[in-house]
Design a protein around this ligand. Structure first.
Ligand SMILES: NC(=O)c1ccc[n+]([C@@H]2O[C@H](COP(=O)([O-])OP(=O)(O)OC[C@H]3O[C@@H](n4cnc5c(N)ncnc54)[C@H](OP(=O)(O)O)[C@@H]3O)[C@@H](O)[C@H]2O)c1
Length: 254
């Protein structure tokens, strides 16, 4: 099958592309680097020609509710409209566990994305996943200020982005599922320790300061709204195993 991947260059997008190739599908990457801007809706119709299904793993760096809602709203509407024009019958979106409970910040955009799809009569699948192991690395890019490394005070149950990529590739190749079973990692972890262990693995021994996130968003994190329920499917790779692999890669590259 020809399966378009919106956000193919991103953290999980790269794994989605690899998983599709492993399964014998033809991934069609959609990102600004390939000439498709999903907010401005440029280049979409040409890119979707001959495509059978679309996987949306785009993201924004905006942490505000306004910015996130604007981004995910525009991307989802633009993709759905272009899919309709192209006669594509399956849209697969990656969401986050807690998108239906944390109505604040970045999560407000994920809720808006879900609402648009759930209001669409069929032809869609939503997979909610927990934070990726790779989220620890993303924190080192997004929460370091003047050399000081911060991490949100929160517990999560991280999953390997590669396992999320595998799950999305399998969903896209089948019939639309609606809201699928949540996907989480095998163990509960503390984000501050995850960031510290990741930095140590890549040879950076700096201290990581734990910060309580303010407002409704912070309260939701502390209340465990982003932890999976008992029915979630669990991935197999632990955060410790992922970190060990990062350390091995760093050593090899040195
Ligand atoms: N990170 C996590 O721990 C986590 C956990 C659960 C669910 N998720 C969900 O997984 C999805 C992907 O997250 P991620 O962390 O893999 O994202 P990411 O690494 O930040 O990658 C974002 C992707 O979106 C593309 N993109 C951004 N703006 C675009 C635009 N205007 N037009 C076209 N492409 C655009 C980027 O490509 P270009 O910049 O080249 O355009 C990039 O490929 C998100 O929806 C997120 O909510 C993430």
């Amino acid at each position: 099958m020809r399966i378009a991947v919106a956000g193919a260059t991103g953290t999980v997008g790269q794994h989605v592309v690899a998983a599709l190739k492993t399964r014998g599908h033809e991934p069609v990457p959609l990102s600004r680097g390939t000439g498709v801007d999903l907010v401005a809706a440029t280049g979409l119709d040409d890119a979707l020609r001959g495509v059978d299904a679309v996987i949306d793993v785009t993201s924004t760096t905006s942490m505000s509710a306004k910015g996130s809602v604007a981004f995910f709203g525009a991307v989802t509407r633009n993709l759905l409209a272009a899919e309709k024009r192209a006669g594509i019958g399956h849209h697969v979106a990656l969401s986050i566990v807690g998108a239906d409970k944390v109505d604040a910040g970045y999560y407000a955009g994920k809720a808006a994305q879900e609402h648009i799809l759930m209001a669409t009569p069929g032809g869609w699948s939503i997979l909610r996943a927990t934070q990726f192991h790779e989220f620890a690395r993303q924190m080192t890019e997004r929460m370091r200020f003047a050399g000081v490394q911060l991490a949100p005070a929160m517990e999560c149950q991280p999953v390997a982005a590669s396992e999320v990529g595998d799950a999305l590739a399998d969903i896209a190749a089948g019939d639309p599922r609606g809201l699928d079973t949540d996907l989480a990692g095998p163990r509960v972890e503390r984000m501050t320790a995850m960031v510290r262990d990741y930095l140590a693995a890549v040879g950076d021994g700096r201290h990581v300061f734990s910060v309580s996130m303010p407002g409704a968003f912070g309260k939701s994190l502390r209340d465990g709204a982003i932890l999976p329920g008992p029915d979630a499917r669990l991935g197999t790779q632990t955060f410790a195993e992922w970190v060990a692999a990062q350390a091995a890669t760093t050593t090899t590259a040195a």
